[in-house]
Design a protein around this ligand. Structure first.
Ligand SMILES: NC(=O)c1ccc[n+]([C@@H]2O[C@H](COP(=O)([O-])OP(=O)(O)OC[C@H]3O[C@@H](n4cnc5c(N)ncnc54)[C@H](OP(=O)(O)O)[C@@H]3O)[C@@H](O)[C@H]2O)c1
Length: 577
């Protein structure tokens, strides 16, 4: 794995990467401003204690030269030598562990230098798998006492630095695929004396990680506690403050293990804030009571045509069939009992494995099985069914129809740029819903006849959603309303004429669906907001090696106020027509 690590040759970032090198094969290129050639070789080779002992002699010798340097200049010079020495010693230690660490001098605030550094890494290693953005500076002083230059440099290292890296990757077509992990600060999250600039920059980075992850990008951030004597907290000042406030200075090894655990799995959330009971007490962090929600739940799904009459309006190959979107809504309703009443739900990696059909005269049985993840924030959900003979004999049990992972969603998604651009473009022409106006192996009617003004644009498709009176008055409206909207959105996403024909598709996989109600699952208020929703879907893309499949990058439903009700990323659909 090739890692480009800003700030990676010093402090906390060097510590976590060094530990990673002991666990797997990594090649790291670390960036920092310090130019090694400015430090005399004998100072580079000293160990940290000898260099500290040499400080007084360094000032004495320098002042004896009488070249006009002030003690302030010399202090800055010596700090530069200490930084260079730390880099050289870290590179040596890293290599002794079998890892490869190269150091490049570049200022992150300078876009040209960053671009050159990214180019150099690609030239040397041919790839970049992960960017670890650890560079940072902070100056603890009241805002009124800071200079604009100080403020700028604190913010620029964190924010402009990441922007420059992203742009350098984007120029080479790598921005969508390279993973990004950002080091931020737990103290910034709560607010810390004298660090509003540092705090705001870190919090912006946390939000950025969340937004990018929500768009399907492999981004994450971890807001660290103060480390015990590593990096910015290496002096005695933080140790004294931590003691006075009874905070928990993070031991080096514990920090390394935390990072390795994060890198070894998939974080439940993109932005992660560390806290121990001590920080929770000092910063008065409000903590939700431990959930008393059950750990697992099984709920039946109604398949009889008498009680689930809408199935007769959704025929696949002539059989009443449950739309995948209704399966997904059944799954979210069952999962919400385990997740608590969250204002939104994120459905990850949904798979539609086999159709759930209703056979007239047969008592089909299906159920949602939801289990809270051990130690995780999510719920694993599956839908299973039994195949029952008209005589009542169960011919096959526990057939898997659907599975997904559910997580609570704390804020609605933003409208993706691609969908925004498409919705502003001029439509080329309009079509009728081919699933309603057939003929085809999927035939819809009644509550499913809800797509209006289906417009084909260069970049994709748009439509409006009509909520039928039949659906409004249905006793299952709270479940069916959002499900039928989602079904319509997925349909719109694949309505793309090929010559005189519009092939019909069914969804097989969906990477991420964000469902936002704003006030707990279901409810009449939600239904009200669905009426007249604007649906936007980017043009289906071919899938290499699978001519019957298409991939839709974004499909979004927006209410009359412009809020995103449903956002989908990467839906895979197949056709047999
Ligand atoms: N130490 C802690 O307890 C702690 C706690 C919470 C969060 N963090 C976070 O952890 C990260 C690392 O901090 P640290 O404590 O390890 O600090 P550190 O030892 O001072 O290291 C900071 C690194 O960033 C580099 N850097 C700063 N400005 C730069 C720029 N404009 N361009 C390129 N490189 C730049 C520095 O290199 P040069 O000086 O050579 O430029 C150095 O390698 C930071 O993002 C910090 O916010 C640390």
């Amino acid at each position: 794995m090739v890692i480009l690590a800003t700030g990676g040759a010093r402090g906390v970032t060097a510590a976590i990467l060094e530990d990673l090198a002991g666990r797997c094969r990594v090649k790291v290129v670390a960036l920092g401003r310090t130019a090694l050639e400015r430090t005399p070789p004998e100072l580079l080779e000293m160990d940290a204690d000898s260099l500290a002992a040499h400080e007084a002699a360094f000032y004495r010798n320098a002042l004896a030269r009488k070249d006009g340097s002030t003690i302030k200049d010399l202090k800055r010079q010596f700090q530069g030598h200490v930084a260079a020495n730390e880099i050289v010693q870290n590179v040596k230690r890293f290599r002794s562990l079998g890892g490869q660490l190269d150091y490049l001098a570049a200022d992150l605030a300078d876009g040209t230098e960053v671009d050159r550094a990214v180019g150099a890494v690609l030239e040397r290693h041919g790839r970049i798998d992960l960017v670890v953005h650890g560079a940072g500076t902070q100056i603890s002083r009241a805002m009124t006492g800071k200079t604009v230059a100080e403020f700028d440099s604190v913010v620029a290292t964190k924010l402009a630095g990441l922007r420059h890296l992203y742009q350098a990757l984007a120029r080479r077509g790598l921005a969508a695929t390279v993973g990004v992990h950002i080091l931020t600060s737990a103290f910034s999250f709560w607010g810390n004396d004298g660090q509003p600039d540092y705090g705001a920059a870190n919090e912006a980075l946390n939000r950025l990680a969340e937004a990018m992850a929500a768009a399907g990008r492999p981004w994450s951030s971890l807001a660290w506690l103060g480390w015990a004597g590593v990096g910015m907290t290496r002096g005695s000042e933080y140790a004294a403050l931590a003691e006075q406030r009874n905070l928990y200075p993070l031991p080096r090894q514990e920090g390394q293990e935390l990072f390795a655990a994060l890198m070894g799995g998939t974080p439940a959330h993109a932005a992660n804030i560390l806290a121990t009971p001590r920080e929770i007490a000092y910063y008065r962090v409000p903590v939700l009571e431990e959930s008393r929600a059950p750990r697992a739940r099984i709920a039946p799904i109604e398949l009889s045509l008498e009680r689930a009459g809408y199935l007769k309006q959704h025929l696949v190959a002539g059989f009443p069939t449950m739309p995948g979107a209704v399966e997904l809504m059944h799954a979210t309703h069952t999962a919400s009992a385990l997740l608590g009443d969250s204002p939104g739900m994120e459905v990850r990696d949904a798979q539609f494995l086999s159709f759930l059909k209703s056979h007239p005269g047969r008592d089909g049985r299906a159920r949602v099985i939801a289990k809270a993840e051990a130690g995780g924030q999510g719920v694993r959900v599956a839908i299973e069914s039994d195949f029952v003979h008209p005589s009542g004999r169960v011919l096959r049990t526990d057939m898997r129809n659907f599975e997904a992972r559910m997580l609570p969603l704390v804020r609605p998604d933003a409208l993706p740029d691609e969908a925004d651009e498409l919705s502003r473009s001029r439509p080329g022409f309009f079509v009728l819903d081919p699933y309603v106006h057939g003929p085809g192996h999927v035939a819809l009617s009644g509550v499913f006849d809800c797509l209006r003004n289906i417009a084909i644009h260069e970049l994709g498709q748009t439509a409006t959603f009509e909520l039928s009176p039949e659906l409004r008055s249905s006793p299952q409206a709270a479940l069916l309303g959002p499900a039928i909207l989602l079904d319509a959105l997925w349909r719109l996403a694949v309505i793309r004429p090929q010559g005189s024909r519009i092939p019909l598709y069914v969804p097989v996989r969906s990477h991420r669906v964000a469902l936002w109600t704003g006030h707990g699952a279901g409810g009449t208020e939600t239904l009200h907001r669905l009426a007249g929703a604007r649906l936007i879907a980017t043009r289906p893309e071919p899938v290499a090696g699978s001519p019957a499949s298409v991939l839709i990058r974004h499909a979004v439903a927006v209410d009359a106020q412009g809020s995103v009700l449903v956002a989908n990323i990467d839906i895979l659909a197949t056709t047999n027509s």
